[in-house]
Design a binder for this molecule. Structure first.
Ligand SMILES: *Cc1c(COP(=O)(O)O)cnc(C)c1O
Length: 369
């Protein structure tokens, strides 16, 4: 292979935009066998078997196969989403993963004069998009317990974005607070990134509020609760005029973000409601068990409504970074963020029963309690 160090690249041929980019670094995807991979919040269960059937069907269909471009507006997928979420098709936008949908949202609604507000601890892709589009992203401190105080968002802004449940804390902001936030900021687009909402114990989605608030966008994804991170499908729900802005932007960028196989697979996933609900329930039960086991070991676990927990090891384990590295040596991969305020915590994805048990067993060996 050509010997090339990407960190040393600084081509005289590059444009200014790319010179100043600061890309997001995803959690690692190690390839070794027998790893216990609890670092990127993927679902531990496979997608509905109907997904693979629908994709096989889409490949073998003689009349409509991969020779042809996909439906540019993903009509069948949007119609199926409309049916599941009791909305109109024109309240729905779909993209190549919710990361792409979020990038379009930044481009469409946040390139304005005032800063965009976001919790200081949140999804680390937001600052990357802000950089990409030259947006002034202002980080707002969380409360001592890592929850969001909506009163801190009563300051000039041209937009607000946060994950709910928040990442990487797992903490959920309730709908009453979201309503007040929307009322207090009527001239800003407020984006609620619900990548993990299906793992909440009670129905907590803000989707129903899009009828009442024309400044709300809710984004969701097939990557976590529908076990389809590899398919790349995400969506946004909002009133038709915000959706129209996203359509215009999409059609000025890539008319076909969702390929035929992804559209077919996503539709099949939505149609298998029983499988989906069962899968979410299993993850919730596994989370409750893992929280108990970690707490018994002396971990301080934040109250999570997501498919991961954010937990601080007890002091006798030493530095959290070392716990992370020792787990890694044992083949258990979790996520550690170096930033000061959360450096004491580990983000641990909820795995299968066997994976969670392996994590606990390895931790037990560190410190015989
Ligand atoms: C995983 C995640 C996403 C991205 O999901 P994709 O649909 O896979 O692009 C967006 N927001 C948050 C908070 C996430 O954790």
């Amino acid at each position: 292979m050509l010997n090339f160090d990407p960190t040393q690249a600084n081509s005289r041929l590059w444009g200014d935009v790319v010179k100043n980019l600061n890309p997001y670094i995803p959690g690692e995807q190690p390839k070794h066998a027998n790893l216990c991979k609890l670092n990127t919040n993927e679902n531990p269960f496979p997608p509905s078997p109907k997904v693979a059937e629908a994709i096989a069907q889409a490949i073998s269909n003689q009349a409509e196969n991969l020779r042809l471009y996909p439906a540019p507006e993903s009509d069948e997928l949007r119609a199926t989403l409309a049916n599941v979420y009791q909305l109109d098709k024109n309240q729905i936008f779909v993209g190549n993963g919710s990361d792409e949908v979020l990038a379009h949202i930044f481009a469409c609604f946040f390139v304005k004069n005032l800063p965009v507000l976001t919790p200081e601890i949140g999804y680390s892709f937001y600052p990357v998009y802000a950089d990409t589009f030259g947006i002034n992203l202002k980080k707002v401190a969380l409360k001592q317990d890592f929850s969001i105080d909506i009163n801190d968002y009563n300051q000039p802004n041209s937009g607000i974005i946060f994950a709910n449940p928040n990442a990487p804390t797992g903490i959920l902001l309730d709908l009453e607070n979201i309503k007040i936030l929307l009322k207090n900021n009527p001239n800003s687009v407020v984006v609620v990134d619900e990548a993990y909402i299906d793992f909440a114990e009670n129905p907590s989605s803000a989707i129903s509020l899009i009828h009442e608030f024309d400044n709300l966008i809710v984004s969701q994804t097939f990557s976590k609760s529908r076990s389809l991170a590899g398919l790349r499908v995400g969506m946004a729900f909002a009133n038709p005029s915000l959706i129209e802005a996203l359509n215009r932007y999409k059609n000025s960028f890539n008319s076909y973000p969702i390929d035929r196989l992804a559209q077919a697979g996503a539709v099949a996933s939505l149609q298998d409601t029983v499988y989906f609900q069962d899968c979410c329930q299993k993850v919730i039960a596994l989370r409750q068990a893992l929280v108990k086991n970690l707490t018994d070991l002396g971990f301080d676990v934040l109250p999570s409504q997501a498919n991961f927990v954010f937990a601080k090891p007890p002091s006798q384990y030493g530095e959290t970074k070392q716990v992370f590295e020792k787990l890694r040596e044992q083949g258990v991969i979790v996520r550690h963020f170096n930033s000061t305020k959360i450096a004491d915590y580990l983000r641990i994805t909820i795995g299968t029963q066997a994976q969670n048990q392996r994590l606990i067993n390895v931790l037990r060996e560190f410190v015989p309690l």
